[in-house]
Design a protein around this ligand. Structure first.
Ligand SMILES: Cc1ncc(COP(=O)(O)O)c(C=O)c1O
Length: 465
């Protein structure tokens, strides 16, 4: 037994109050949003490989140092010296309710006190599966995992086990996580161009067909001669890892038609879209019925939670019923499951939530359009729900990865730094977009629009835009 006093002290130190409240300093107390500057890093990366736990954070694409974050609160990220930034990274999507929302971070000690990981099945887990299935009827059976990568990796395996085929068709610029089969031609910040040194076995390429998003002819070309080998077509139905790319009318339908005709499955990667677009994700409004779906990000309320599932006959290919195995020490842990219930509680209780998010995002998007128009800059601005995207690329919004990749990376890098120096934090890569949260309001949008106008002015002065 630990001494009572030690237990009490540890509980006090680890409490929500102690951890989540940033240390008081002038930048936090001052209500006016001040100009900010991330201080130079005072520590070398040392034992942390590349100084980051996920490569995009290194900021290589914008040629700078990583942003070193001390904490986050609401719509704001704070750096080590307490300067704050309107945060559009939002942890790359999960933070629909902003940082440290009290309904998601309060009272966690009570949850933890019942045990944070069991290694057994439990009631809340069964209840969460049913709750998810009630919103996503295509997920007749599902299983919990901890990350989107695991969810998609497992979906690929089940699809292969069920069909007895190996080939998966994917789309360039989609990102499904960092497992081998997902990385060829992936979007986000996956760098796998030099395949011979990427650690991805050659054999994986033989089992992967890559096609252009929004291009059904290219799908047919990628499958030509291999039509009877295809296990599944995997797609982000709304592509959010090459900027924001919406599917053309008929594109997703065309994928279903081909999959049905060829005896293959359709896998929807809704790791970003579920709960960002609404309780029905991308499949709800169009009544799409993918055979398998992967979920993640928002569903954990800021904690690692993900799931995959689909048709009950397909999921029966999984052990213990079937021969295909997935597992996980932390899968379905009671802590993450409790957080997911809280996320659904918040969403189900607020019928106007998505309308409000949409209105805020529209305001940002139309403000950016007005700024660009006033400067004669012919760049498209895309917006869907609480996602906004604009890049330095002339012409209509990109429809695929080739077009998205044509955006001017040098201008984006200059813009990223100009925005950061004005107190707005963007993801340091052109393949990412701006994620808003319920904590982004008029004040943050106005501040952001001013920063954009002034950053573009600075870029023009420098001859960059
Ligand atoms: C659409 C999509 N699928 C899968 C993943 C992988 O999720 P995770 O990073 O939780 O492994 C991501 C991550 O960005 C994603 O955007």
């Amino acid at each position: 037994m630990f001494p009572r006093r030690l237990v009490r002290r540890l509980a006090r130190e680890a409490s929500y109050e102690g951890l989540a409240r940033p240390r008081p300093n002038r930048a936090l107390e001052d209500d006016a949003m001040n100009q900010t500057e991330n201080p130079p890093r005072n520590r070398a990366p040392g034992a942390l490989a590349g100084g980051v736990s996920s490569p995009v954070r290194a900021g290589m694409a914008v040629g700078g140092e990583p942003f070193v974050q001390a904490c986050g609160r609401g719509a704001y990220a704070y750096d080590a010296s307490g300067c704050r930034y309107v945060d559009y990274v939002m942890a790359y999507g999960p933070l629909l309710f902003g940082h440290a929302h009290p309904a998601l971070t309060g009272g966690l000690d009570a949850i933890a006190a019942r045990g944070t990981v069991f290694g057994s099945t439990h009631d809340d887990e069964l209840r969460l599966a049913e709750r998810i299935a009630s919103h996503l009827p295509s997920m007749q059976r599902l299983r919990f995992v901890s990350t989107g990568t695991e969810a998609m990796m497992s979906a690929f395996r089940v699809a292969r086990a069920f069909t007895g085929r190996s080939l998966i068709l994917r789309f360039a610029g989609n990102y499904h996580g960092h497992f081998d089969a997902a990385l060829l031609g992936a979007g986000a910040s996956a760098q796998t161009r030099d395949r011979s040194r990427s650690g991805i076995p050659e054999g994986v390429a033989a089992d992967t067909a890559l096609a252009r998003f929004n291009d059904l002819d290219d799908v047919d070309a990628a499958l030509a001669g291999r039509e009877r080998q295809i296990a599944a077509i995997a797609v982000e139905p709304i592509a959010a890892n090459m900027g924001l790319v919406l599917p053309d009318a008929g594109f997703i339908e065309g994928l279903f038609e081909r999959a049905r005709r060829l005896g293959a499955l359709v896998i929807f990667d809704e790791v970003i879209t579920w709960l960002r677009l609404g309780l029905g994700g991308a499949q709800g409004p169009a009544a799409f019925e993918p055979d398998l779906t992967a979920l993640g990000k928002v569903m954990g309320g800021g904690f690692p939670m993900a799931a995959f599932g689909g048709r009950s006959d397909v999921m029966a290919a999984l052990a213990p019923q079937g021969a295909s195995f997935t597992g996980g020490t932390f899968s379905g842990n009671p802590f993450g499951i409790a957080l997911s219930h809280r996320v659904l509680d918040l969403i189900e209780a607020d019928r106007e939530l998505y309308d409000r998010l949409d209105q805020t995002a529209r305001r940002l998007a139309s403000g950016v359009r007005a700024i660009l128009a006033a400067r004669d800059l012919p760049f498209a601005v895309s917006q869907l729900a609480s996602m906004v995207d604009f890049k330095f690329r002339s012409g209509p919004a990109a429809r695929n990865y080739d077009e998205a990749s044509a955006a001017d990376a040098r201008r984006f890098a200059a813009y990223y730094h100009a925005m950061r120096s004005r107190g707005v934090l963007l993801a340091p890569s052109q393949n990412e977009l701006m994620f808003l949260s319920t904590e982004h309001g008029d004040r943050e949008i106005d501040f952001t629009l001013e920063a954009i106008a002034s950053s573009l002015g600075e870029l023009r002065q420098q001859g960059v835009a």
